[in-house]
Ligand binder design. Structure first.
Ligand SMILES: [Zn+2]
Length: 434
């Protein structure tokens, strides 16, 4: 073990006083041989004092440190014992549910009965974090519980490891809900985070009591009435098509329109919207369509921009999922939950495409090129919910590009899609009521 010696102000002053006093003695001796001898003696004396002081300082530091550590270890043990006593019996789902429902929630309690078995328990191990955040990565069915302000001294590494073990053990009990757990303590930021990879998309609700955190998992359809998935095409290392002069990439325009649409949708509390991306991220096709299936979305709308070698080509077109393919495509995740979504008596992909084309061209004032049944586009083919891919306009056409690359044009495109969504909901609900 290494110790750096820091003398307190008092200790430093004490040392200085002694040196000063010695030099006063030295001055009173006068000059000559005696003076050299006395200087030497004084120096020896000073050195002896300093050595003595250092030894005392080191000893007191060692003692202090030992005392602190044993006190900390005791406190940890005591807290751990307390936590053990408070905890609901292991394996008793009833009690865990009771604990989860009866506690003051970190997030809003919807007041409904908790679904069976879908509750993750994360023991606090006697810790009392300053801040707790539950982050959701909906595209990858991942949750991250971040607890900041959790202090472990360097010498107590085993305490952090013990906690990690305890969490792993507890979450193992959640069975098939969980596909992986990564607990991690960051010594620098004093943040303890637990990443949990789930088997499906859930809406998490976080609760706590003195000994544990409880994450109650509900399926989106158990929570939301209207669910929408919006997909900004391409992104990151996939630029999509380009304008003729290569100055504009499709991915950026798609994102700009999506962000403008998000502004409009954010004001609607009656529609839960999942976005496949809200920044310049590389997102593969599979997680995009899986999100739509997992969410059991009412509509899956993908936003794109078009390109063609003939620069005269312009206007809006909408691709839609070929009918009759949905039920056969169970390979993509989410199938188990989607029987109801597929059979929901709503509008079809074709009707959705029609509505999108009409509303977008009406607001954006572009030419309607038509709607096309598409059997090949991956996200359409694998969608188990009504899906439409809007090619808003052509990047390769001068007039279209002017619309697409300016904020006003992007806002109009977003407004058109927004109107289409509202109309689609209206028509769907009318159909269901019939
Ligand atoms: Zn595209």
């Amino acid at each position: 073990m290494e110790y750096i010696i820091f003398l307190t102000k008092k200790q430093r002053n004490f040392g200085r006083n002694i040196v000063e006093k010695s030099s006063m003695v030295y001055n009173s001796f006068g000059g000559g041989k005696d003076r050299r001898v006395s200087v030497k003696r004084q120096k020896q004396k000073q050195r002896a004092w300093l050595v003595l002081l250092s030894v005392i300082a080191v000893w007191s530091l060692i003692l202090l440190r030992q005392q602190q550590e044993s006190r900390y270890a005791l406190a940890m043990e005591e807290q751990a014992r307390g936590a053990e006593a408070d905890r609901p019996e292991e394996g008793s789902q009833e009690e865990i549910r009771e604990a989860a429902s009866g506690k003051e929630g970190l997030s809003e309690d919807t007041g409904e009965e908790l679904p069976d078995g879908r509750c993750l328990v994360i023991p606090k191990n006697g810790q009392n974090p300053e801040e707790v955040i539950l982050k959701e990565d909906e595209l990858h069915n991942k949750l991250e519980l971040k607890m900041s302000g959790v202090y472990f001294p360097e010498a107590q590494k085993y305490a952090a490891e013990k906690w990690i073990e305890e969490i792993l053990q507890e979450l193992e009990g959640a069975g098939s809900l969980i596909e992986g757990v990564e607990p991690f303590y960051d010594w620098k930021t004093k943040t303890f985070s637990v990443s949990i990879f789930l088997d499906h998309l859930y809406v998490p609700f976080l609760y706590e009591d003195e000994s544990c955190y409880y994450i109650v998992l509900k399926r989106p359809r158990e929570v939301y009435e209207r669910i929408l998935v919006i997909d900004a095409g391409h992104g990151g290392k996939h630029p999509g098509t380009m304008s003729s002069d290569k100055a504009y990439a499709e991915k950026d325009i798609n994102l700009a329109v999506t962000l403008a649409l998000k502004e409009l949708l954010d004001a609607r509390e009656d529609i839960k919207v999942y976005y496949t991306r809200l920044s310049d991220d590389s997102v593969y096709l599979r997680p995009r369509v899986t999100l739509a299936n997992e969410a059991e979305a009412d509509f899956f709308i993908s936003i794109h921009s078009n390109a063609f070698w003939d620069k005269k080509a312009h206007g809006t077109e909408v691709l839609y999922k070929a009918e009759g393919i949905a039920s056969g495509e169970a390979a993509v995740s989410g199938a188990a939950f989607n029987e109801t979504a597929v059979s929901r008596e709503g509008i079809t992909s074709r009707q959705l495409a029609d509505i999108c084309l009409e509303e977008v061209t009406k607001v954006l004032q572009t030419d309607a090129r038509g709607i096309w049944e598409d059997e090949d586009t991956y996200i359409l083919k694998h969608s188990q919910v009504p899906a439409a891919l809007i090619e808003v306009a052509f990047l390769t056409n001068r007039d279209d590009l002017e619309l697409l690359c300016q904020k006003e044009g992007q806002a109009l495109a977003a407004k058109g899609i927004y109107e289409a969504i509202l109309r689609a909901y209206g028509e769907e609900e009318r159909k269901i009521a019939e």
